[in-house]
Design a protein around this ligand. Structure first.
Ligand code: TXA
Ligand code: MG
Length: 345
């Protein structure tokens, strides 16, 4: 990092604080913002010289494009070429945890899109994010507010850990409601969607609205050398703790049996559901109740981060989630945390 920035941390943002944050963003400064998915690292999307500061603060490759965040779904036309599919998606799911890829207009600088001809558009529902973007009056480009390669941040403590001294302001908005990044879709000319990244807007929810959905290969599989995911960010091994993550795939009972020999070991963490028999082990780490995928989603990144402050842990065993509902997003993030290391049990 080139330079230490004096970071202002605001624990209970008032309207005045949000005004100050908007003034900082207008001037091209960096503000960490709570959203309903994960915290974002916001910057003025219309100033070509501003986005590179975000890449520097995160230590992120600059070929990985940023999502622009709007206060109102109808503003998208100013920055992107919208279509009937976009408007149908917007009326069903915006504001909320959905990002849509659209052809970009010239006012969006290449520094936001990494030189792509498309731009990612999202309208967050978190009241602080929404009010701040509204005060700005311009789109706020924001990647997740974590150091590159670390799990996304879902509490202000996570953001402070990664970003203190690297950004101008951090706004607290409590623990993220969803805990996993937004669903990303690419509309096709025939009205169908390609799912680039799974999230809380699930395939089932999209299908219920009448969309036909195809999964980009990078959602469920390791790409071979030379293969490119449609969302450039999906090629990076995000979310990876220092310890080796081993995903156990099989019946719930078989997964339990495979973990049993590692019970109480100090060098191994056992990720399990609250109602698993192994949950009483000294080295058990509870992801959430078995039938509460929303709870598991909310806890995952905090759990992954907690392992990094425990150097004695060299191995993490975790059950491979099923792919139902937001389970597909958990499956995708855990697969990446494990570097696609799955053991059948
Ligand atoms: O929930 C979220 O989406 C959070 C909050 C802060 O809004 N943001 C977030 O941003 O997760 P980030 O930068 O960590 O992830 C953005 C993803 C990356 O995988 C990137 O490659 C993809 O979106 N992306 C952005 N623009 C794109 C484009 N034009 N075409 C394809 N993928 C794009
Ligand atoms: Mg990210």
């Amino acid at each position: 990092m080139e330079q230490f920035i004096n970071t202002k941390i605001v624990y209970t943002p008032t309207e005045e604080d949000l005004q100050e944050a908007a003034t900082l963003l207008t001037a091209g400064k960096l503000v960490a913002i709570p959203t309903e998915t994960v915290y974002g690292l916001g910057v003025n999307a219309l100033l070509p010289e501003a986005p590179p500061k975000v890449y520097a603060a995160k230590g992120r490759p600059s070929d990985n494009p940023l999502i622009i965040h709007l206060a109102d779904a109808n503003e998208a036309d100013r920055y992107a070429v919208t279509c009937a599919t976009y408007h149908k998606l917007a009326s069903a799911f915006m504001p909320g945890p959905l990002t849509v890829i659209l052809p970009k207009r010239n006012c969006i600088p290449d520094s936001v899109t990494g030189g792509l001809a498309t731009v990612a558009v999202r309208v967050p529902s978190h009241p602080i994010a929404h009010r701040l973007i509204e005060l700005c009056g311009f789109p706020v480009a924001a990647p997740s507010a974590n150091l590159s390669g670390r799990p996304s941040t879902t509490t202000v403590e996570h953001v402070i850990e990664d970003m203190n001294g690297r950004v101008d302001m951090i706004l607290n908005g409590g623990a993220s409601d969803i805990g996993l990044e937004s669903t990303i879709v690419l509309p096709k000319a025939d009205g169908s969607l390609v799912l680039l990244r799974p999230g809380a807007i699930t395939v089932e929810m999209l299908e219920e609205e009448g969309f036909s959905v195809m999964l980009d290969k990078a959602v469920t599989e390791r790409l071979q050398a030379g293969e490119q995911p449609l969302a450039p960010g999906m090629k990076y091994r995000h979310y990876a703790p220092h310890a080796r993550v081993i995903l156990l795939s099989g019946e719930r009972g078989a997964v339990q049996a495979a973990m049993e020999p590692f019970r109480d070991r100090t060098d191994t963490a056992l990720v399990c559901y609250a109602d698993d028999p192994i949950a009483n082990a000294a080295n058990a780490c509870i992801l959430g109740a078995f039938d509460r995928r929303d709870e598991q989603a909310r806890n995952l990144f905090d759990l992954l981060r907690s392992f990094d402050s425990r150097p004695e842990i060299t191995h993490i065993c975790a059950p491979l989630p099923d792919r139902k509902g937001i389970g597909l997003a958990l499956f995708n993030r855990m697969l990446k945390a494990a570097g696609y290391d799955i053991e059948e049990v």
